[in-house]
Structure formats: C-alpha cells, structure tokens
Design a binder for this molecule. Structure first.
Ligand code: SF4
Length: 328
C-alpha cells in the first residue's frame, strides 16, 4: 500500500523507557509505520543541552534503541538512527540560526521552563534547541511530525523558520512540516500526581522484571479517601484504575469499577491484579528486548544502517540548501 508521506520524530536517549514513554510516544511510533515512511532518531545532541555528565549517554542511547526495537519498530522499513551519526544536521542548524530572531527563541514557553529548571546551565545550545529540532525535521524532508498539544509551538516555530529561510534565499527547497496531532496520553507516575518521569522516580520501566513491576505497582498511590479496606473507593480518581483501563481485559475493568465502589475489592488485591495484567501485556516486548540485548552488534548494525539511509536524504537536502544559500 502506498504510504501517505514521511514522518519524522526524535526521542531523547533517557535510558530504559518507562510506561509514560511507551504510552505517550513509542506505541504511536509503532502504529505510524503502517501508514507512513518513518524516520525516527535518538536525539543525543539534544540531550547535551540538559545533560552535563555524559558518562551514560552511549549506554542510554543503546537502551532506548532496545526499547524501540522491542516495542515493534521495524528497522528494515523504518529508518532508526542516532542524531549525531548524521552530522549534516549541525550544519543545517547553523544555517537556520541565521534566519531565527533570538527574541523568538527566548520567548518560547519551553525555553522559559528550562531556565526555571536549570538556572545554572542556561547554555547557548538550550536557546537554540528549537532550531536544531527544526533542522532535524526539515533535513529529512518530513511531511508530518507527530506531536502532542504541548509541542505545537515548536512545530509552528519550525514552519515559520522554513518560511523565513525560503523567503530569504528565494527558494522552496525546505518543506513546511504539518503537525499530526496525536492523542498523547498523560501518564501519571506511581505517586498518582505528577507525570511519569525518571527524574521524579515515579516510573515503571518497560524492561523491569515482573517482580520489580509488581513491587512498583504495589507502591502506587490510590484513592486517598480510602483509608480502611471496608471504605468504598472511587476508581475515577485512582491511577491504578486508569492503568487497568489501559492494560487489563474489559472484564477486570468492569469488575474493579463495581467492586471498588462497594468495597468488594481491596486496593492490594486490585494492584496485584493490575501487576499481573501489566506483566502479561509486556511479556512479548520484554522477550524481544532480551533477544536484542543479547546481540549488541546487531543493534549497532541497525543504527549504522539507519544512519546510512538517513544520510542519503540529508546529503541531498544539504546540497540543495548550500546551493540556495550560494555557499561557495
Ligand atoms: Fe484504586 Fe483499585 Fe483501590 Fe479502587 S480498589 S481505590 S481502583 S486501587
């Protein structure tokens, strides 16, 4: 079947992915392969804007690649690679910087947020982060970029940058990417309050063992009004129930929905059931991951092959860009 166009997306090398990464992005990456030619990149250069200690960067990149492959990225058809393996992106970043007003970058809400988060490390790369992101997208001539609503300003920024470039150099070589709104699930951590995140240590890793997973699920915060086993609970405000709706069969969801409200099921029992269903759901992914993990050379070959294919597209784009800019 003919594909609808090319999708690009980048994912940070944060090491082993957690359920939030899986439900919020990776599952969608896998699904998009059916309809689009996909280019997925592990953005190690982006990571440098926030990570000062790079001791684990290689390992974290490898771990993310394992999770992507285990989740169902098909490397024969999809281009999966590491951002820094295609150095053309840094050249395009530099050229696009010349058509980017500084004020626009410092006005972006995500930049302001980062300044709040890391006031002692407001580096030049951090300011230019959206320009590098734009370079990523347009270097591979992506038609669409899957984004959640919070990333919409970045895609609008990319579109404006493309227009500025094409206008300044009187060309059409760069394509304005379209936003593909994706139903990004906001997955709460085991604290039931904050978005699932490694830095908050409220996450459950995809690659955790069944025992580790069960332990984490047992730590999940439930309806705070349910103090005693005999108190009725409210599943509508309980993150355990939210997870049941994602990972459990409908019969279990229906049962919890009824029994929780009349104290017919205790929270411990409810969590044990969730852990069982979650482990069952993740079993094939974990088996595939273990298989890839036992063949690190194969994973490296996949990433190298991806970079080679990505570079063919990147070099062609850069030839056109250099010609448009009239670089000698
Ligand atoms: Fe949450 Fe389940 Fe306890 Fe109800 S029984 S409060 S859904 S953990």
């Amino acid at each position: 079947m003919a594909k609808k166009g090319r999708v690009f997306s980048g994912i940070r090398p944060t090491g082993r992915a957690h359920l939030g990464n899986y439900l919020g992005a990776i599952q969608n990456y896998v699904a998009l392969q059916d309809d689009y030619e996909c280019v997925y990149c592990i953005v190690d250069l982006h990571a440098l804007t926030t990570v000062e200690d790079t001791e684990n960067l290689r390992q974290n990149t490898h771990e993310m690649a394992l999770d992507l492959l285990a989740a169902g990225i098909r490397p024969q058809e999809t281009i999966l690679f590491v951002q820094s393996h295609v150095p053309e992106v840094t050249e395009l970043h530099m050229i696009l910087s010349m058509v980017t007003p500084l004020g626009k970058l410092t006005d972006l809400p995500t930049f302001k947020e980062k300044v709040r988060q890391q006031p002692d490390n407001v580096n030049y790369g951090l300011v230019g982060y959206p320009v590098l992101m734009t370079a990523d997208i347009v270097l591979y001539k992506a038609d669409v970029v899957p984004v959640g609503i919070d990333q919409a300003p970045h895609i609008e920024f990319a579109r404006e940058t493309v227009r500025s470039f094409n206008y300044r150099y009187n060309t059409h070589v760069l394509i304005e990417p379209q936003m593909k709104n994706t139903p990004v699930l906001k997955v709460l951590g085991i604290d039931g309050k904050e978005k699932m995140s490694k830095s908050l240590n409220n996450h459950i890793e995809l690659a955790a063992t069944p025992e580790e997973t069960t332990k984490r699920v047992r730590e999940m915060v439930t309806d705070p009004a349910r103090i005693k086993r005999t108190d009725p609970g409210n599943p509508d405000i309980c993150n355990v129930f939210t997870m049941h709706k994602i990972f459990s069969p409908q019969s279990d969801v229906d049962m919890v929905n009824v029994e929780c409200r009349r104290a017919g099921i205790g929270c411990v029992e409810c969590k044990v059931l969730l852990a069982k269903n979650l482990n069952k759901h993740l079993e094939p992914l974990r088996a595939k991951r273990a298989e890839y993990a036992s063949k690190p050379d194969l994973v490296m070959d996949i990433l190298n092959d991806g970079a080679k294919r990505a570079r063919v597209i990147a070099q062609k784009t850069m030839e056109e860009v250099r010609a448009a800019v009239q670089l000698p």
